[in-house]
Write a protein that binds this ligand. Structure first.
Ligand SMILES: CC(C)(COP(=O)(O)OP(=O)(O)OC[C@H]1O[C@@H](n2cnc3c(N)ncnc32)[C@H](O)[C@@H]1OP(=O)(O)O)[C@@H](O)C(=O)NCCC(=O)NCCS
Length: 186
Protein backbone atom coordinates (compact mmCIF):
# COMPACT_ATOMS: atom_id res chain seq x y z
CA UNK A 1 0.00 0.00 0.00
CA UNK A 2 1.40 3.44 -0.87
CA UNK A 3 2.52 5.51 2.14
CA UNK A 4 -0.25 8.10 1.82
CA UNK A 5 -2.96 5.41 1.75
CA UNK A 6 -1.43 3.77 4.84
CA UNK A 7 -1.47 7.09 6.67
CA UNK A 8 -5.11 7.72 5.63
CA UNK A 9 -6.20 4.29 6.90
CA UNK A 10 -4.51 4.91 10.26
CA UNK A 11 -6.01 8.41 10.55
CA UNK A 12 -9.52 7.05 9.80
CA UNK A 13 -9.09 4.32 12.44
CA UNK A 14 -8.13 6.93 15.03
CA UNK A 15 -11.03 9.21 14.14
CA UNK A 16 -13.67 6.46 14.14
CA UNK A 17 -12.44 4.36 17.03
CA UNK A 18 -10.94 7.12 19.16
CA UNK A 19 -7.84 6.98 21.34
CA UNK A 20 -8.96 3.69 22.94
CA UNK A 21 -7.52 1.90 19.89
CA UNK A 22 -4.05 3.30 20.61
CA UNK A 23 -1.77 1.72 23.22
CA UNK A 24 -2.35 3.48 26.56
CA UNK A 25 0.35 4.40 29.08
CA UNK A 26 -1.21 2.05 31.66
CA UNK A 27 -0.95 -0.91 29.22
CA UNK A 28 2.74 -0.18 28.66
CA UNK A 29 5.26 -2.74 29.94
CA UNK A 30 7.53 -1.68 32.78
CA UNK A 31 10.66 -3.74 32.35
CA UNK A 32 14.00 -3.12 34.05
CA UNK A 33 15.47 -2.25 30.64
CA UNK A 34 12.87 0.49 30.14
CA UNK A 35 13.96 2.20 33.37
CA UNK A 36 17.65 2.13 32.46
CA UNK A 37 19.46 5.45 32.27
CA UNK A 38 23.10 6.31 31.65
CA UNK A 39 24.71 9.68 32.26
CA UNK A 40 28.23 10.88 31.64
CA UNK A 41 30.16 13.95 32.74
CA UNK A 42 33.70 15.15 32.21
CA UNK A 43 35.20 16.07 35.57
CA UNK A 44 36.32 19.70 35.51
CA UNK A 45 38.54 21.81 37.81
CA UNK A 46 35.34 23.23 39.38
CA UNK A 47 34.64 19.66 40.70
CA UNK A 48 38.03 19.45 42.45
CA UNK A 49 38.52 19.05 46.22
CA UNK A 50 41.52 20.37 48.16
CA UNK A 51 43.57 17.22 47.37
CA UNK A 52 43.05 17.40 43.60
CA UNK A 53 40.50 14.59 43.52
CA UNK A 54 36.89 15.02 42.48
CA UNK A 55 34.74 16.32 45.34
CA UNK A 56 32.50 13.54 46.74
CA UNK A 57 29.49 15.87 46.75
CA UNK A 58 29.75 16.32 42.96
CA UNK A 59 29.58 12.53 42.53
CA UNK A 60 26.63 12.23 44.93
CA UNK A 61 24.65 14.96 43.15
CA UNK A 62 25.20 13.26 39.77
CA UNK A 63 24.32 9.89 41.29
CA UNK A 64 21.03 11.22 42.72
CA UNK A 65 20.02 12.78 39.38
CA UNK A 66 20.92 9.66 37.38
CA UNK A 67 18.93 7.42 39.74
CA UNK A 68 15.97 9.85 39.73
CA UNK A 69 15.65 9.53 35.94
CA UNK A 70 15.47 5.72 36.20
CA UNK A 71 12.77 5.97 38.92
CA UNK A 72 10.75 8.48 36.88
CA UNK A 73 11.13 6.41 33.72
CA UNK A 74 9.66 3.45 35.56
CA UNK A 75 6.81 5.27 37.28
CA UNK A 76 6.25 8.13 34.81
CA UNK A 77 5.56 10.29 37.85
CA UNK A 78 7.60 12.84 39.81
CA UNK A 79 9.82 11.06 42.35
CA UNK A 80 11.76 12.13 45.44
CA UNK A 81 14.79 10.53 47.05
CA UNK A 82 13.81 8.97 50.37
CA UNK A 83 17.08 7.23 51.13
CA UNK A 84 20.61 6.61 49.86
CA UNK A 85 22.41 3.52 51.12
CA UNK A 86 25.95 3.79 52.38
CA UNK A 87 28.42 5.02 49.75
CA UNK A 88 32.09 4.09 50.11
CA UNK A 89 34.54 6.08 48.03
CA UNK A 90 37.28 3.47 47.74
CA UNK A 91 38.82 4.83 44.55
CA UNK A 92 39.46 8.50 43.88
CA UNK A 93 38.17 10.01 40.64
CA UNK A 94 40.48 12.56 39.07
CA UNK A 95 39.78 15.83 37.27
CA UNK A 96 39.91 15.15 33.51
CA UNK A 97 38.33 11.69 33.84
CA UNK A 98 34.95 10.87 32.33
CA UNK A 99 32.41 9.62 34.88
CA UNK A 100 29.82 7.17 33.59
CA UNK A 101 26.80 6.26 35.74
CA UNK A 102 24.41 3.46 34.86
CA UNK A 103 21.11 3.29 36.73
CA UNK A 104 18.12 0.95 36.64
CA UNK A 105 15.23 -0.02 38.89
CA UNK A 106 15.97 -3.22 40.85
CA UNK A 107 12.82 -3.58 42.91
CA UNK A 108 9.48 -1.86 43.38
CA UNK A 109 7.10 -1.80 46.35
CA UNK A 110 3.74 -0.03 46.50
CA UNK A 111 5.04 3.53 46.13
CA UNK A 112 8.82 3.11 46.46
CA UNK A 113 11.52 1.84 44.11
CA UNK A 114 15.10 0.77 44.68
CA UNK A 115 17.45 2.09 42.00
CA UNK A 116 20.96 0.68 41.65
CA UNK A 117 23.70 2.89 40.23
CA UNK A 118 27.06 1.65 38.94
CA UNK A 119 29.77 4.30 38.74
CA UNK A 120 32.73 4.03 36.37
CA UNK A 121 35.60 6.41 35.63
CA UNK A 122 37.25 6.45 32.22
CA UNK A 123 40.67 7.81 31.37
CA UNK A 124 39.70 9.31 28.02
CA UNK A 125 43.26 9.24 26.66
CA UNK A 126 43.81 5.49 27.27
CA UNK A 127 40.18 4.30 27.22
CA UNK A 128 40.74 2.37 30.45
CA UNK A 129 37.63 2.22 32.63
CA UNK A 130 37.48 1.50 36.37
CA UNK A 131 34.43 0.51 38.38
CA UNK A 132 34.77 2.96 41.27
CA UNK A 133 31.65 2.10 43.27
CA UNK A 134 28.00 1.10 43.24
CA UNK A 135 25.17 2.51 45.29
CA UNK A 136 21.52 1.78 46.06
CA UNK A 137 18.98 4.55 46.41
CA UNK A 138 15.27 4.50 47.22
CA UNK A 139 12.80 6.82 45.51
CA UNK A 140 9.12 7.42 46.19
CA UNK A 141 6.68 8.51 43.48
CA UNK A 142 4.53 11.39 44.62
CA UNK A 143 1.14 12.77 43.57
CA UNK A 144 0.19 16.43 43.14
CA UNK A 145 -0.26 16.83 46.90
CA UNK A 146 3.24 15.42 47.55
CA UNK A 147 1.85 12.14 48.97
CA UNK A 148 3.30 8.72 48.07
CA UNK A 149 1.64 7.46 44.89
CA UNK A 150 1.40 3.82 43.65
CA UNK A 151 3.92 2.70 41.00
CA UNK A 152 3.53 0.00 38.34
CA UNK A 153 4.93 -3.50 39.00
CA UNK A 154 8.39 -4.30 37.65
CA UNK A 155 8.66 -6.89 34.90
CA UNK A 156 11.77 -9.07 35.31
CA UNK A 157 13.06 -10.39 31.99
CA UNK A 158 16.62 -11.61 32.46
CA UNK A 159 18.65 -13.64 34.95
CA UNK A 160 20.46 -10.42 35.96
CA UNK A 161 17.09 -8.73 36.61
CA UNK A 162 16.05 -11.62 38.87
CA UNK A 163 19.39 -11.72 40.71
CA UNK A 164 19.33 -7.96 41.37
CA UNK A 165 15.67 -8.14 42.42
CA UNK A 166 16.40 -10.88 44.97
CA UNK A 167 19.32 -8.91 46.43
CA UNK A 168 17.19 -5.74 46.54
CA UNK A 169 14.39 -7.60 48.37
CA UNK A 170 16.89 -8.54 51.11
CA UNK A 171 18.15 -4.94 51.33
CA UNK A 172 14.56 -3.67 51.55
CA UNK A 173 13.94 -6.01 54.50
CA UNK A 174 17.05 -4.69 56.24
CA UNK A 175 16.00 -1.05 55.66
CA UNK A 176 12.55 -1.72 57.14
CA UNK A 177 14.16 -3.27 60.22
CA UNK A 178 16.51 -0.27 60.58
CA UNK A 179 13.54 2.11 60.31
CA UNK A 180 11.71 0.22 63.05
CA UNK A 181 14.76 0.38 65.34
CA UNK A 182 15.19 4.13 64.67
CA UNK A 183 11.53 4.78 65.53
CA UNK A 184 11.86 2.83 68.80
CA UNK A 185 15.03 4.67 69.96
CA UNK A 186 14.40 7.86 72.06
C1 LIG B 1 9.23 10.44 50.58
C2 LIG B 1 8.02 10.86 51.39
C3 LIG B 1 6.93 11.43 50.43
C4 LIG B 1 7.47 9.57 52.05
O1 LIG B 1 6.43 9.94 52.88
P1 LIG B 1 6.03 9.02 54.15
O2 LIG B 1 4.86 9.63 54.80
O3 LIG B 1 7.25 8.73 54.94
O4 LIG B 1 5.51 7.72 53.42
P2 LIG B 1 5.48 6.22 53.87
O5 LIG B 1 5.94 5.98 55.28
O6 LIG B 1 4.11 5.75 53.50
O7 LIG B 1 6.55 5.53 52.90
C5 LIG B 1 6.34 5.53 51.49
C6 LIG B 1 7.24 4.47 50.90
O8 LIG B 1 8.61 4.84 51.13
C7 LIG B 1 9.28 3.80 51.81
N1 LIG B 1 10.26 4.42 52.69
C8 LIG B 1 10.06 5.40 53.59
N2 LIG B 1 11.20 5.70 54.23
C9 LIG B 1 12.15 4.90 53.72
C10 LIG B 1 13.54 4.74 53.96
N3 LIG B 1 14.19 5.46 54.88
N4 LIG B 1 14.20 3.80 53.24
C11 LIG B 1 13.56 3.08 52.30
N5 LIG B 1 12.23 3.18 52.03
C12 LIG B 1 11.54 4.08 52.73
C13 LIG B 1 8.19 3.06 52.57
O9 LIG B 1 8.60 1.75 52.90
C14 LIG B 1 7.07 3.10 51.56
O10 LIG B 1 7.33 2.12 50.56
P3 LIG B 1 6.15 1.27 49.81
O11 LIG B 1 5.00 2.21 49.53
O12 LIG B 1 6.78 0.80 48.55
O13 LIG B 1 5.78 0.17 50.74
C15 LIG B 1 8.36 11.93 52.48
O14 LIG B 1 9.14 11.30 53.48
C16 LIG B 1 9.11 13.11 51.89
O15 LIG B 1 8.50 13.96 51.25
N6 LIG B 1 10.41 13.17 52.13
C17 LIG B 1 11.28 14.23 51.60
C18 LIG B 1 11.82 13.79 50.24
C19 LIG B 1 12.83 14.78 49.70
O16 LIG B 1 12.63 15.98 49.76
N7 LIG B 1 13.90 14.25 49.15
C20 LIG B 1 14.99 15.06 48.63
C21 LIG B 1 16.16 14.97 49.50
S1 LIG B 1 16.25 16.31 50.66
Amino acid sequence: MPRFAQWLTLARRCIFHGMSQLPSASAARHTVAQSRHESTALMMPTDENVRGHVFGGAILAMLDKTAAVAAMRHSRQPCVTVSVDRVDFREAIMVGELVIMKASVNWVGRTSMEVGVRVEAENILTGVRRHTHSCYTTFVAIDEAGRPSPVPPLELETEDDRRRHAAATARRQRRLEERKTERRSP
